[in-house]
Design a protein. Structure first.
Length: 256
């Protein structure tokens, strides 16, 4: 009975202890999509973002002091619901802004996509499982090229004089939401999870969040505050000091 109770208790998380999840939830790896802004993608590429903080909304639904003092972790009706969205070992594949710069034609069977930093990636689409059978992507791209006045011949469109596909392609940028996994180039493994108050972030933590890439010359903590408040609702601004999950990340390959 003691062993069983200890096992059950180990599943619970108490925010005040800022318990590390590195030893917990070592289950089968899960591949999960996550959206990052262009600035954050660049910080990851530069090796300056190895942490991310996400609001732990479920932690605001009860009084911690009451739970700790009265329920003693066991009978609280809400504490069993406290779980981080990502667990140690999960691999997050990054969705980011992207666009097509090439598509299947009579002599090839692949797509080329481009990211905001100008890097390209070739996609093999032999099975075509992630693109429409009616080729609406190609239709949209050809419309963009025609609208931009790019010349064409029997082999397709080609860059006007003085322009290149890599730098001047006028095809539309696409929302990261619609990026298929096969187009992703960044994969992040979760190596640690802990819970803390937002305002507990240190200068090192702010740097590991990639804050330095935003506002050069601004100290790390103020830079992180600006970055955090930029895209958060009023309920989770820096001033409200919400509980957050802190995820430690490392780059990996999609097949590891």
């Amino acid at each position: 009975m003691v062993k069983l109770r200890s096992l059950v208790m180990s599943r619970y998380v108490l925010p005040e202890t800022a318990m590390s999840f590195s030893a917990l939830y070592q289950n089968k790896r899960t591949m999960i999509p996550i959206i990052f802004s262009t600035e954050m993608v660049q910080a990851i590429l530069d090796g300056r973002k190895t942490q991310m903080r996400r609001v732990a909304t479920s932690l605001e639904c009860f009084d911690l002091q009451t739970c700790v003092g009265k329920h003693r972790y066991r009978t609280c009706p809400t504490i069993c619901k406290i779980r981080p969205r990502y667990k140690v070992g999960d691999v997050l594949w990054v969705k980011e802004a992207w666009r097509f710069t090439g598509w299947p034609s009579m002599d090839q069977n692949d797509y080329w996509i481009q990211f905001k930093d100008g890097k390209d990636k070739r996609l093999d689409v032999d099975d075509d499982e992630y693109f429409d059978e009616d080729n609406h992507y190609r239709i949209e791209c050809e419309y963009d090229l025609e609208s931009a006045g790019w010349p064409s011949n029997e082999d397709g469109f080609y860059p006007p004089e003085g322009k290149t596909w890599e730098k001047d392609c006028p095809t539309r940028w696409r929302n990261p939401i619609f990026m298929p996994k096969v187009a992703a180039r960044l994969f992040l493994r979760v190596t640690g999870v802990r819970c803390e108050r937002l305002q507990e972030v240190t200068a090192e933590g702010a740097y590991n969040e990639g804050a330095s890439c935003f506002y050069h010359g601004v100290p790390l903590i103020p830079s992180f505050i600006i970055m955090w408040n930029k895209n958060k609702s009023k309920d989770y601004l820096w001033e409200s000091n919400p509980w957050v999950w802190v995820y430690e990340l490392e780059r990996t390959k999609d097949n590891e």
